[in-house]
Design a binder for this molecule. Structure first.
Ligand code: SF4
Ligand code: SF4
Length: 271
């Protein structure tokens, strides 16, 4: 399958490894994830024996550990072969990929096998428009936030929609990406997914999903219970995993969104 934009490895500044399970841990902070990715990278760089033996040894040591108690959603496999692809640790990806091994594909040693790994394209390839994809690629330059954002279809579509609505036309990602004043506002929307104050930090949540072992449910905001109408920002609130405890909190969150949208629209018209 050919797609015009490579979402997995869009440029030299960042990349995504979400479908290899990098975020599927109860502790999925950047430092925790980085630690694990560094561990894999270092371990697979060992030259103590043939690469095949190193791969098998690595798997025997870490596969079970990465798929045990620390895992968030049991059904998703956490691959032990994902790591950093460059010395500066900007890009994450597959350490068994043929591009790293003079064309030899070692992904057959993985849980999914080379064919499945090579043929997998997540839903963002199909459901995000090229403009929505570009909005993320041109504004986020950090692997951790990039992977969390590019795979969050509701968040990306929600942000694109509310900004376009306020500006009065579909926003131009190229214009946004080339003006830091605009890019930083868009990034703020995406970053709020990391530290949204209206989401409980109970270790069982990931974006709009709440996990209990093999079961999961989607977050929804009970506006009626608080005597309010569905918010214009509802899809963003859901993507953030919101759990509001009062109408005041919802209105405060809406004001925060309004401030950002207004600031963006003002600058967008000026530049
Ligand atoms: S989640 Fe999507 S963008 Fe990320 S690595 Fe997988 S296929 Fe690529
Ligand atoms: S072997 Fe497959 S699942 Fe594992 S890191 Fe490589 S591409 Fe991802």
């Amino acid at each position: 399958m050919k797609f015009p934009i490579n979402l997995c490895q869009p440029d030299g500044r960042k990349s995504c490894g979400a479908c290899c399970g990098i975020y599927n841990f109860k502790n999925n902070s950047k430092s925790h994830l980085s630690h694990r990715l560094c561990r894999n990278t270092r371990s697979l760089q060992s030259r103590s024996s043939s690469f095949e033996s190193v791969v098998l040894f690595h798997s025997a040591k870490y596969r079970a550990e990465d798929n045990g108690q620390a895992k968030l959603f049991q059904t998703i496999f956490n691959c032990e072969y994902v790591g950093f692809l460059d010395e500066n640790r900007l890009r994450v990806g597959c350490l068994l990929h043929p591009s790293l091994h003079r064309g030899r594909d070692y992904r057959d040693f993985s849980f999914y096998g080379a064919e499945l790994c090579a043929g997998h394209f997540c839903l963002s390839y199909y459901y995000l428009t090229a403009e929505e994809q570009r909005l993320v690629i041109d504004t986020v330059h950090d692997w951790y936030l990039y992977g969390l954002t590019i795979t969050d279809i509701d968040l990306v579509k929600g942000v694109f929609r509310v900004l376009s609505d306020r500006v009065g036309e579909a926003i131009d990602p190229e214009k946004v990406g080339s003006r830091e004043v605009l890019a930083s506002i868009v990034r703020t929307f995406f970053k709020l997914k990391l530290d949204w104050p209206y989401r409980p930090n109970d270790g069982n949540r990931f974006g709009k999903y709440v996990f209990r072992g093999d079961e999961y449910r989607q977050v929804s905001v009970p506006y009626e219970k608080f005597g309010l109408k569905r918010s214009f920002f509802d899809s963003i609130f859901v993507a953030y995993g919101s759990e509001f405890s009062s109408s005041d909190e919802i209105m405060k969150a809406e004001r925060k969104m309004e401030e950002l949208v207004e600031a963006f629209a003002r600058k967008y018209r000026q530049v």
